[in-house]
Design a protein around this ligand. Structure first.
Ligand code: ZN
Length: 300
C-alpha cells in the first residue's frame, strides 16, 4: 500500500483519529542513511509521529520538528514533517545495532534511552514557532509523544507507532494518533473504552501485514462509536528541500578566508546534507566565483 494519511472522527466529534502508512518513506530513509535495524525503527517511528502531529495544523506551510536527545547509543534523532505530507530526518548514530528484546521486537527504547528529552517545535507558518520540551518516558517514542501531547498540549492522546524491519528492509511502518477533544475530555467511560480498544490491538504493523487499510483499522477501533472517515487520502513521502544552490549559499556564509583555504588546500568543497544524505560537491572554479561575489559585495 502506498504511503498515506487518513483522518476520521468519532463520538460526535469528541474523538479525533489520524492514521498513517509510512512503509516506503521509512525504507527510503533506511537506504539514504544506511540505517541499522533498530535505527530504522527509531527514525521510522519518529517520522510517522511528525506526520501525525503535523496533520492537525491549519496553514499549508505548517511544519513540526521533533528532536529527541536520549541517553542511549543512537544519541539523537531529528525529524522535520509538514502538513503537506513531506518528511525528512536522521539519527546521530545510524549504525548502532542492539540485541532484540525477549519478545522478539527491536529494542528502540534501549537504543534511544529513557533518560533525555523530547523537543517539539510547531511552526504554524506565521514566523513564531511554538516549542515545548518534555522528559522522555521510555524512549519507545510512541509513549513519549503521547506524554508530550498530554502534558504540553493538554490533549489526552493515544499514540501507536510501528516499524517492521527484515532482511530486505522496512516492510511495514505506520501509526495511529487518537485524541480526546475538549468536548469529550470528561467522559471517563468513553476514555476507558478507548483505552481498552487500543490495548486490544496487538500493535500497528501486524494490522498492515494482515492487509488492513487505514479505514478498516479505524473501523475495528471505533466502528460502533459513530465513526466518520474523511474521504480525502493524503499522500506521504520522504522529501528534503536541499539543493546545490543552497549548499553554495551555506558555503558563502563561511566567508572569504575559509573559501580561499578550501580552494588552495582542498581543491573544492564537499558537503553532505544531514537530513537526506545527499552529497554536494563544489569545484574550485565554483568556489572562486563565490569568492568574487563576496569581494564585490564587500567593496560595494
Ligand atoms: Zn537534504
Amino acid at each position: 500500500m502506498v504511503d498515506q494519511l487518513v483522518r476520521a472522527t468519532a463520538a460526535d466529534g469528541g474523538i479525533r483519529v489520524v492514521g498513517a502508512i509510512t512503509t516506503r518513506l521509512t525504507e527510503e530513509a533506511r537506504q539514504r542513511h544506511a540505517l541499522s535495524y533498530v535505527a530504522t525503527a527509531a527514525l521510522g517511528r519518529t517520522m510517522t509521529a511528525g506526520l501525525l502531529l503535523a496533520s492537525n495544523m491549519k496553514r499549508p506551510e505548517s511544519r513540526v520538528n521533533i528532536r529527541i536527545k536520549g541517553s542511549g547509543p543512537l544519541a539523537g534523532i531529528l525529524v522535520d514533517a509538514g502538513l503537506d505530507g513531506t518528511v525528512r530526518g536522521y539519527v546521530d548514530q545510524p549504525a548502532v545495532e542492539l540485541p532484540l528484546k525477549p519478545n522478539g521486537k527491536l529494542d528502540v527504547g534501549e537504543a534511544v534511552g529513557s533518560d533525555g528529552y523530547l523537543y517539539v517545535v510547531r511552526d504554524v507558518g506565521y514566523g513564531y514557532p511554538y516549542s515545548s520540551t518534555v522528559e522522555l518516558v521510555s524512549g519507545e517514542i510512541g509513549e513519549d509523544i503521547a506524554h508530550y501531547l498530554v502534558t504540553s498540549e493538554q490533549t489526552p492522546s493515544a499514540v501507536m507507532l510501528g516499524v517492521f524491519v527484515e532482511g530486505v528492509g522496512a516492510t511495514a511502518a505506520g501509526g495511529l494518533l487518537i485524541q480526546i477533544l475538549p468536548k469529550a475530555a470528561r467522559d471517563e467511560a468513553l476514555i476507558e473504552l478507548l483505552e481498552s480498544r487500543v490495548a486490544a490491538l496487538a500493535g500497528f504493523t501486524p494490522l498492515l501485514q494482515a492487509g488492513k487499510s487505514l479505514p478498516q483499522i479505524f473501523e475495528q477501533l471505533l466502528g460502533d462509536m459513530g465513526l466518520q472517515v474523511f474521504p480525502e487520502t493524503q499522500m506521504l513521502r520522504f522529501h528534503c528541500g536541499c539543493s546545490f544552490d543552497r549548499m553554495l549559499g551555506a558555503l558563502k556564509l563561511l566567508g572569504q578566508q575559509e573559501l580561499q583555504s578550501m580552494i588552495e588546500q582542498d581543491d573544492g568543497a564537499e558537503a553532505t546534507c544531514h537530513f537526506c544524505g545527499e552529497v554536494y560537491r563544489a569545484s574550485s572554479n565554483e568556489l572562486e566565483q563565490l569568492l568574487q561575489e563576496l569581494q564585490t559585495e564587500a567593496s560595494s
